[in-house]
Design a protein. Structure first.
Length: 634
């Protein structure tokens, strides 16, 4: 009777490797086993190594037959020293073995071999990679824990990386036990040096810094770990609180992975903020968990904002750095001179947006928008939440950033709007000696959305967007051949209407009144051969001796407003009431939005329209009645 592996045509590669390995081949023919079998496509994506036949067969086999529901936190492999394979169960149907995901519909296949021994096979989507020795190593290391891993690093195949500096600090500070504890943990071990990465002075690695490199009781392989989920490190205590989280960034056809330490409560030596390191060699299984080799120590803040941007040619901000240098480089000197600054830095991927490419060649324009990305104070996400900050001024006169925090369970996401562009903070709270850096997913100030898309994606304009959808007004706002100027009431304005006139508010949001809602929105909308900034309107008012400006809105033949410019920003006067412009000049690809704090609505808008509707219905009923009379009596 054939072995269980030979029964599957999609796993012929691992079967042939097992057949070539005498120990593995004998094991599956004579004993009870569970085989984690990578499908053939997994081997096509995996880099072949000379010693695959020696290491891979036995590391995919354990000598106990186990279905998925029987798997614990780890199982011992048949490789020399019996190194574990670590199991992560995210749900009954989403299970990982180390980095590899179990293909659920190809799992739990049972079979008895020639000797009647029960065997189980689970197909997985990646090849499991055990820790390997260097070729011709004078010493063998069997199933080391994280401490023994560091001690024996010179004998291990670690892609030429060394960990001597960190090992020396761990020894000097008597922290061996942190890395030799039994159980399942995650260890982030800094390598001695990575090309182009600044080197950290060893004395900065103290006891608490070492603790921040260990996540206890969680074995975090990159595949099954949620991006940006925070885990307590050993440096999370009553007086100091440090989390670790994983993230990734797409760089062309490559994916880079990063770990961040986020000090949310610091002390006199360890400031608050996040420190990011690239994971240069990931997913190394050890006896007490998993090791990730990283480019630099965590938790140590020793770079200015300027140095962070200049960091490396292939860093997470190298595209931003290129645009700064292409525009003259003065921006970096300004950052360096600011003692407390917050920088919202676009990621490399943000510059791949095709809709902004034409703007990037305009150096004058780029210079003007760079300062839209900086705030002259330190602002962490916690600061924004704790102080309920919804807007802050940038270094561009009259240009603010507007914040919105979205909370989902334990996760908290900061979104912002600047210069008409919505962005999400993808990497928050990166610490520098003179400020904080938040990496965002869009370049601020370069419009990439039409008016209708802007309404749909701005979390503070949901109500106007909804009314525009049910009334079909939004259908025309995507027309790139037209130029729109839209005074858009924000959600706050609609809530204000609900308080001041609840019955009117209720009717407007009823589908049967959508025609009235459309007419009211049309009062806010101008369609012309150009879109108008608030400065355009202010100048028009000045030319008219500061009197009213006549605007050809869609609803009214003309609407008259006055413009007031003050320290608090712009206001417009409509029907003898001054209305604050909460956000001005939100640029879109086919127009400009001005976000206002009040709906431009008359008390009789609903009544008049309702009366017209009622009269129309009455007339219709009368006609129908006359028709019925004619029908029955003729």
């Amino acid at each position: 009777m054939p072995s269980i592996v030979s029964m599957f045509c999609g796993v012929t590669t691992i079967y042939s490797i097992i057949e070539r390995n005498q120990i593995a081949n004998t094991t599956i023919h004579l004993r009870s086993v569970t085989v984690f079998a990578p499908h053939n496509e997994a081997f096509m994506k995996s880099t072949k190594q000379d010693n695959d036949d020696e290491y891979l067969p036995c590391y995919h086999i354990t000598n106990v037959p186990m279905k998925l529901e029987q798997l614990g936190k780890s199982v011992f492999s048949e490789l020399d020293g019996n190194p574990p394979m670590w199991i992560t169960k995210k749900s009954p149907e989403e299970i990982y073995v180390n980095q590899a995901k179990v293909v659920y519909h190809l799992a739990n296949y049972e079979h008895n071999n020639t000797f009647g021994k029960p065997q189980v096979l689970h197909v997985i989507d990646q090849v499991l990679q055990p820790l390997r020795m260097k070729k011709n190593s004078p010493q063998n290391v069997y199933n080391p824990n994280a401490w023994e891993f560091m001690e024996s690093a010179e004998y291990l195949d670690l892609d030429s990386y060394h960990t001597n500096t960190f090992l020396q600090r761990v020894q000097n500070l008597d922290k061996k036990s942190v890395f030799s504890n039994q159980g399942g943990h995650t260890f982030f071990i800094p390598v001695d040096e990575v090309a182009n990465y600044p080197k950290v002075r060893p004395e900065k690695i103290d006891v608490k810094v070492i603790d921040a490199h260990v996540v206890p009781d969680n074995v975090l392989f990159l595949g099954p770990t949620n991006e940006n989920e925070q885990f307590k490190t050993l440096a999370f205590t009553d007086m100091l609180k440090v989390f670790a989280s994983l993230s990734k960034a797409e760089e062309g056809d490559k994916t880079k992975y990063y770990v961040s330490s986020d000090t949310v409560v610091g002390d006199g030596v360890h400031p608050t903020g996040a420190v990011v390191a690239e994971i240069v060699k990931a997913n190394i299984p050890v006896r007490n968990g998993v090791v990730h080799l990283i480019s630099r120590p965590l938790m140590i803040v020793d770079n200015t904002v300027k140095q962070f941007i200049e960091d490396r040619e292939d860093s997470v901000l190298h595209r931003f750095y290129e645009e700064i240098m292409n525009s003259g480089g003065d921006f970096l000197e300004k950052l360096n001179a600011m003692p407390n600054v917050t920088l919202f830095a676009p990621s490399n991927a943000a510059f791949n947006d095709q809709s902004i490419q034409s703007y990037l060649t305009n150096r004058t324009y780029i210079r003007s928008l760079l300062e839209l990305h900086i705030v002259n104070r330190r602002l962490s996400v916690d600061d924004i939440v704790a102080e309920s900050i919804d807007k802050v001024p940038t270094e561009v006169p009259r240009k603010d950033l507007f914040f919105n925090v979205v909370t989902s369970g334990k996760n908290r996401t900061l979104t912002l709007e600047g210069g008409g562009v919505n962005a999400t903070v993808v990497q928050p709270n990166l610490a520098a000696t003179n400020g904080i850096i938040h990496i965002i997913d869009h370049v601020l100030g370069i419009p990439s959305s039409t008016v209708d898309r802007k309404l749909a994606t701005d979390p503070t304009l949901n109500e106007t967007n909804y009314l525009g959808q049910i009334s079909s007004l939004n259908d025309q706002l995507g027309d790139v051949q037209k130029r729109f100027t839209y005074f858009v009431p924000r959600d706050f304005a609609w809530k204000r209407l609900a308080i001041d006139n609840p019955s009117v508010h209720k009717k407007l949001f009823m589908p049967e009144y959508s025609n009235i809602a459309r007419q009211i929105l049309e009062r806010h909308l101008i369609i012309a051969d150009k879109a108008f900034t608030m400065d355009d309107l202010r100048k028009e008012a000045n030319n008219n001796y500061n009197l009213s400006v006549k605007l050809p809105t869609v609803r009214d033949v003309s609407m008259y407003i006055k413009i007031k410019d003050s320290v608090e920003g712009y206001s417009i006067e409509w029907r003898n009431e001054w209305i604050h412009v909460h956000r001005s000049d939100v640029r879109c690809t086919n127009g400009i939005i001005h976000v206002i704090d009040k709906v431009l609505i008359d008390d009789n808008d609903i009544e008049v329209n309702a009366a017209i509707t009622t009269k129309s219905m009455t007339a219709l009923v009368m006609v129908m009645a006359q028709c019925l009379v004619f029908y029955y009596f003729n």
